[in-house]
Ligand binder design. Structure first.
Ligand code: ARG
Length: 350
């Protein structure tokens, strides 16, 4: 690695040095694109409350920015460098095949994947997220100039027949071309774990394996664990040898054998709360969507007192933090961040 390479993060827990934190300022409800409809059908819920059109109420955006400001000032106190998305105003766009409104850069975790010294732009499920990484363009150029390997997966066509809207027994995403959201992946050094689900198909997993090469093994997490969108409200790696699992989704039969080498602790009952009448876009399990700042320090939703107690018992200190509208906007602390650099090196943990 080049000495001053700004990108270096091999896992979910090593001591954090630099991070990107998303923004709700540009949050709008895009017209439902095919990918979003497919995910809603698969997940059995609406992605965004059908009663809101185009813009979220201003107070939601303001309160979220307030919460994010408080969160980032805690990070800065710990000497963690924080970057934010650039102000982009792409409202709608076309490809040769379709036309679409754009989503908003609240969850960098969904569109960018850090693997060691590489930063990968992923081929996302929602059409509305096709150009979302433009919000990080200047940052990505700077990373590249520092020595990072900056790559982008082939742009998928996302044609209508790529989505399955009929057969509920099948995933909502077909396997016609590589498609996956970065948040379908969690990292533990040489072993990456990829959830095959409505937001990640097997061709996507194959592409990722080929892109990261022989130093890594990409393991499949089966859709029987969670067939809907993203892995990070289902499994969290806390430190080498310890993982937190969602008791409603993960069990002895569906977890891959390699993960059984670690101790698995199950998340306790989640505290449900709401600060608005808007229907949430994520399940209550967003409460376990935590961010490790080091193997002994986690950022956890302040309301999740049982989970906080459990982590503390395991020797993990917690920064209890507020993100009042996380479920409404569809992202907790792991989703709204992308760890860019940790005091980290490539290792095997299994
Ligand atoms: N779909 C998950 C749930 O409802 C939430 C995942 C959010 N993750 C993210 N990276 N945006 O439990």
């Amino acid at each position: 690695m080049k000495e001053n390479n700004l990108v270096n993060s091999h896992n979910e827990w090593d001591e954090l040095e630099e991070i990107i934190v998303g923004s709700a300022q540009l949050a709008r409800v895009p017209e439902k694109d095919k990918g979003m409809v497919a995910a809603s059908i698969g997940g059995g819920y609406d992605y965004f409350d059908p009663n809101i059109s185009e813009f979220f109420p201003e107070y939601i955006l303001q309160e979220t920015e307030e919460d994010i400001e408080n969160f980032t000032s805690e990070l800065k106190k710990l000497d963690i460098k924080v970057r934010r998305p650039e102000d982009i105003s792409i409202n709608n766009f076309s490809t040769p095949d379709w036309h679409c409104d754009s989503f908003f850069p609240y969850c960098p975790r969904d569109v960018l994947l850090t693997v060691g010294n590489s930063i990968i732009e992923t081929p996302n499920l929602f059409r509305s997220r096709y150009f979302e990484t433009i919000a990080y363009k200047e940052t990505l150029i700077e990373f590249m100039q520092s020595g990072a390997r900056w790559i982008s997966a082939p742009k998928p066509r996302l044609l209508d027949h790529g989505y399955n809207m009929q057969d509920k027994a099948q995933l909502s995403l077909n396997n016609h071309e590589p498609v996956f959201d970065a948040a379908n992946v969690i990292r533990a050094g040489r072993d990456l774990f990829y959830l095959v689900s409505d937001s990640g198909n097997r061709l996507g997993m194959q592409w990722l394996q080929n892109a990261v090469g022989h130093d890594y093994t990409v393991h499949e997490l089966s859709p029987s664990i969670y067939s809907s969108v993203h892995i990070d409200s289902t499994l969290s790696f806390l430190r080498p040898g310890l993982l937190l699992a969602n008791p409603a989704r993960v069990n002895e039969d569906n977890i891959p054998d390699i993960l059984k080498k670690w101790e698995i602790i199950y998340a306790p009952k989640m505290t449900e709360y709401s600060y608005s009448d808007i229907k949430p876009s994520s399940s209550k399990w967003l409460g376990m969507n935590l961010l490790m700042l080091s193997p002994t320090l986690a950022v956890v939703d302040k309301h999740q007192t049982e989970l906080i107690k459990l982590l503390e018992k395991r020797g993990i200190d917690v920064l209890p933090t507020l993100l009042r509208h996380g479920r409404t906007l569809g992202g907790g602390f792991h989703c709204i961040t992308l760890d860019v650099r940790r005091k980290s090196k490539l290792e095997s943990y299994f």
